[in-house]
Design a binder for this molecule. Sequence first.
Ligand code: LMR
Length: 394
Amino acid sequence: QLSSVQPAPPDAILGLTESFLADPRSDKMNLTVGVYKDDSGITPIMRAVKQAEQILIEGEKTKGYLPIDGMADYRNAVRDMVFDGKVPNERAAVVQAPGGTGALRVSAEFLADQFARPRVFLPTPTWANHGAIMNAAGLEAVSYRYLSADKTSLDLPGMLDDLSANARPGDVILLHACCHNPSGVDPDAQQWEQIAARITELKLFPLIDFAYQGFGDGLAEDSVGLHTMLRHVPECLVCSSFSKNFGLYSERTGAVVMMAADQAAASASVSQIKRLVRCNYSNPPRHGASIVATILGDEALRRTWKSELMEMRQRIHRLRESFVKGMQEVAPDRDYSFLLSQKGMFSFSGLSPMQVDQLRSEHGIYLVGSGRINVAGMAEDRIDWLCEKVAAVL
Ligand code: LMR
């Protein structure tokens, strides 16, 4: 009965925001969860999103259920944004999902249900929720090396060696398409070629987490790894999220984007995914998908959205530069310049769990326990203050 239930530990990322909100200090700073903040410390609603919502308020005719696999306009727009014409339409399929997390869970359940001996290889480190999602769906998680010992660059030989030594044909490999969470360390184009060649040789199935398209170098630039993979492998699943690049965090807007070997495989796979969705959340939410479909389907709105996405990306680059410069002044013996080549919201600060605790308890600066820092959460006018406090605990 309920009286025998023991409390679960707080979530490694979202649990910290709960503590942050309860912290009475007015000068606190939350660098935990991956949400973008503007100069005023707010996670803004994008102008293109507001305009699309205006159109929807006036024109939307129904709140009736969507099909199990989601809205057709949205699915087509997402396919084009993610595959950019690199996959023939008859081999491509999209199932709308509640956010990137929902897409990962649906994908994992599908793979656990349909593959013979399902195991999934996860990079070390990876997003704190990946292992739990895979396990909850019944996939055994195995790790592969991803970062060098100092956690600032890619250990490509280690990664390839681990896959060759441990993976069996038919195993699933999870990859971050861009803006690796938590390190910001991405393979370059040439390294992607090597990774794709090894995955093909070992006959692994890529499950590609694409939560940050447009947050690294641009929509097309951030697709280089994915498009390399599409040239090499016969089939894969991509889990897209529009939480970050459309700022639709709470609208739970994501998708499973599939490249299948042929049309029959694509439609059989979609039918199986629909079966799994029907006995989970039945069908996906409408609002976020309507916004994305409206923006991507309208030339002017699309232009506005792209320029806002560019502003966010440029702001994150600026914050990286300011932080590196600030740290040079207060801790000249530490070199933080590695942050400049890293992509997206996150980087490792190099702080130990004890230093992370100290930053939180003494200064109200919240970081994830691993030392991951959300650069996109920094306040531009408080970088000097932040650097001083980081230097104080170093
Ligand atoms: C993060 O890593 O902070 C984001 O992906 C948000 C989340 O759900 O954890």
